[in-house]
Design a protein around this ligand. Structure first.
Ligand SMILES: [Zn+2]
Length: 312
C-alpha cells in the first residue's frame, strides 16, 4: 500500500515537508522526516548510524537549505535505528517523551557496539544479529540524548507553523510518539506501522495499536509516514489495524488451547501477510501477546527475543 514509488531518498509531502525513505524497510532501515518554515527546521528521527544520517542530511539540504541548521530534532522512540545518528544533526533541541528518553539512556550506540563485537561468538543468535544489523556502523558514536522531554501532548511552533507531538506509548515501545503536521495533512507514525513488512510489538498491549491507528485516522491525514516501508494512507493504516486483530485473535485461540508460543507463531497461517518481509517478527509478537494474556506486564528482554526469532 504505497502512495509514491518506493525508492531511497527524499519524498515531498506538502509545502516544505518531506519524508526520507530507506528501502527495503527491513531491520534497521528506517525512515525520517523534515519540515522547514521561515528559516526554522524540524527533523523527525535520525538513522541507525552517523554515516547514513549524514548522507540523509545532504539529500535534505539540497531540497531545503534551511536544514543546514536543525532547530528541533524529534525522536519518535528509543530503537537505535531512529536515533543513533542524532550526533550528526547537531540539533538545537532534541525532544522525546520522558519514557523514551529514559530508555535511550539505557541502551546507547556504545551498548550496541559491544554486542556486535561479541556477536560472532554467540552462535545462531549472533549470526542472526550480524545478518540484521552488521551493515551499520556503531563504533565511535557519541550518544546525543534528548534535551527536553514531555508526557501527553506537546505543541511546537516551527517558523509560522504549528505541529503537534502526541505520546501514544506504550505501544510498539514504552515511549512512542507520533508527529502531526496539519498544514501538510501528514502524520509521521514511526514504528506504530511497518508498511510491507511484519509489525513489531516490543511493549504493547496490543489494544494500543488499534487505539493509536484510530487516533491517526481521526487526524484526517492524506499521507502517513511509517517508520519502515513506503509512505502510505488511511487504507494502509487500516490494513495494519486488521493485522493486529488477526494475530491477537489467532494467538488467543492457541494460548487457550495450551499451545507453546513458538509453535503458535509457526502454526498461525500467514494468510494475507505471506508477502510481508521479516516473518521472524511474528515470534516476538506472539511471545509478547502470550505475556499479555498471562497478565505479565514486565518488559521483554530484547536479546532473549532475538534468540527466539533466530530460530524461525
Ligand atoms: Zn525502526
Amino acid at each position: 500500500m504505497s502512495v509514491f514509488d518506493f525508492k531511497k531518498g527524499v519524498v515531498k509531502l506538502g509545502e516544505r515537508v518531506w519524508a526520507y525513505i530507506q528501502p527495503d524497510g527491513a531491520w534497521g532501515l528506517s525512515n525520517a522526516g523534515l519540515m522547514v518554515d521561515q528559516g526554522k527546521s524540524l527533523l523527525i528521527d535520525t538513522l541507525y548510524d552517523v554515516k547514513l544520517t549524514k548522507e540523509m542530511l545532504v539529500a535534505m539540504r539540497k531540497v531545503a537549505p534551511e536544514a543546514e541548521t536543525i532547530n528541533y530534532l524529534i525522536n519518535t522512540h528509543d530503537n537505535g535505528d531512529h536515533w543513533f545518528g542524532n550526533e550528526a544533526a547537531k540539533a538545537g533541541e532534541i525532544i522525546a517523551t520522558k519514557s523514551c528518553a529514559e530508555a535511550m539512556a539505557g541502551f546507547t550506540p556504545e551498548t550496541m557496539a559491544e554486542i556486535m563485537k561479541g556477536a560472532s561468538e554467540l552462535g545462531d543468535v549472533g549470526a542472526f544479529f550480524l545478518n540484521c544489523f552488521g551493515k551499520f556502523s556503531y563504533d565511535n558514536i557519541t550518544a546525543a540524548l534528548p534535551t527536553r522531554t514531555f508526557e501527553g501532548r506537546l505543541e511546537l511552533e516551527v517558523g509560522s507553523k504549528k505541529i503537534e507531538l502526541i505520546e501514544v506509548g506504550p505501544c510498539h515501545t514504552a515511549g512512542d510518539l507520533i508527529v502531526h503536521i496539519p498544514h501538510a495533512e501528514t502524520v509521521f507514525v514511526a514504528d506504530i506501522m511497518f508498511v510491507g513488512g511484519h509489525q513489531i510489538m516490543w511493549a504493547g498491549p496490543v489494544a494500543n495499536f488499534s487505539k493509536t491507528i484510530d487516533l491517526i485516522l481521526d487526524l484526517g491525514p492524506r499521507y502517513i509516514v511509517p517508520g519502515h516501508g513506503p509512505v502510505t494512507d488511511r487504507q494502509g493504516a487500516l490494513e495494519i489495524k486488521m493485522y493486529w486483530e488477526y494475530y491477537a485473535h489467532e494467538a488467543k485461540i492457541r494460548y487457550d488451547r495450551g499451545m507453546e508460543s513458538f509453535a503458535a507463531a509457526k502454526d498461525i497461517p500467514l494468510g494475507p501477510y505471506a508477502e510481508y518481509g521479516d516473518p521472524e517478527k511474528i515470534v516476538l509478537n506472539i511471545n509478547v501477546l502470550y505475556k499479555e494474556f498471562s497478565g505479565d506486564s514486565s518488559p521483554v528482554n530484547p536479546t532473549e527475543q532475538f534468540a527466539y526469532m533466530s530460530k524461525w
